[in-house]
Design a protein around this ligand. Structure first.
Ligand SMILES: C[S@@+](CC[C@H](N)C(=O)[O-])C[C@H]1O[C@@H](n2cnc3c(N)ncnc32)[C@H](O)[C@@H]1O
Ligand SMILES: [Zn+2]
Length: 265
């Protein structure tokens, strides 16, 4: 167990249905099995209940299954002892990592309470905590691997929690991810630019582009996918109305999977 107290940074031990540090800060484990370890409870944000429900409904139809399989295989290859999913959402990937890698000690952190609640429902042995990726509640250099799937990245914190030589897997949209959806929404459609990490302590190892096509056969799934994207906030109403008429959509998925290694000193 590598949890540290979000207030005083001393180790937490599992005690009386929760976690306690030597300075008697105590954190109860929720009924669903997650624990609240975000440092500043007032500034909690992360995805709200509706966003979490929408994403769960979509992901549970396994439209993103190929990505999940590929990432599970990568983790099997890396064979970490400790893995952190930073911004794990409702654990669609995290729970599968635990199922395919039962001996790995896995932590899933997300700032959204709704997401952690949903993730913990699967009852895998993942340690889920409400926590920010800016301030993860684990000790320095505890993880062999850290993964971020479509989540905000704070690279200094990832470097802090990784062991020397540890692996960071970053997953984001490839150039033509959701291309046909964007074509429906905008007159000029641009490819996503890949944003590589540049840091003296992080060495780039490998990039792969996972490409696949899916057919979405229900209008409600098209709308759910739309609500999961950043376009949901900046699309004119008339385009959204047009989207609501779509009954079937074949769409490209492209995932950029980048692998980095923390430098050995
Ligand atoms: C697009 S979702 C991806 C979730 C999951 N990795 C997946 O792909 O299904 C981004 C997630 O990051 C979480 N998030 C946003 N800001 C965060 C932060 N500062 N710390 C931790 N999680 C954060 C949101 O609550 C949300 O669950
Ligand atoms: Zn403490």
């Amino acid at each position: 167990m590598h949890y540290r107290c979000p207030v005083c940074h001393t180790p937490l031990i599992n005690l009386n249905n929760g976690y306690t540090c030597q300075n008697k800060h105590h954190y109860d484990t929720a009924r669903q099995g997650y624990v609240h370890l975000a440092n500043n409870r007032k500034s909690l944000s992360g995805d709200n209940v509706e966003m979490v429900k929408a994403r769960s409904a979509f992901l549970n139809k396994d439209y993103y299954q190929e990505l999940r399989n590929r990432l599970s295989a990568l983790i099997q290859q890396i064979q970490p002892t400790v893995l952190i999913d930073a911004g794990c959402g409702e654990g669609y990937y995290t729970n599968q990592f635990q199922i395919t890698n039962p001996n790995v000690e896995i932590y899933g952190f997300d700032l959204s309470k709704a997401a952690c609640k949903e993730a913990a429902k699967a009852h895998t042995s993942v340690h889920y905590a409400i926590a920010s990726v800016h301030d993860m509640p684990v000790s320095d250099s505890c993880a062999d691997a850290c993964i971020s799937v479509f989540a905000p990245i704070y690279i200094e914190e990832i470097i802090r929690v990784l062991k020397q030589g540890g692996t960071f897997i970053k997953v984001g949209p490839g150039p033509k991810h959701l291309w046909e959806l964007k074509q429906l929404l905008y007159d000029d459609v641009y490819e996503n630019k890949l944003k590589y990490i540049s840091h003296t302590q992080m060495k780039w190892i490998h990039t792969e582009l996972l490409k696949t096509k899916i057919v979405i056969e229900e209008t409600s799934d098209v709308m759910t996918l739309f609500s999961m994207t950043p376009y949901a906030y900046r699309t004119p109403k008339e385009k959204i109305e047009k989207l609501k008429q779509i009954q079937e959509l074949e769409i490209q998925l492209q995932f950029s999977i980048e692998i980095y290694q923390k430098a050995q000193e």
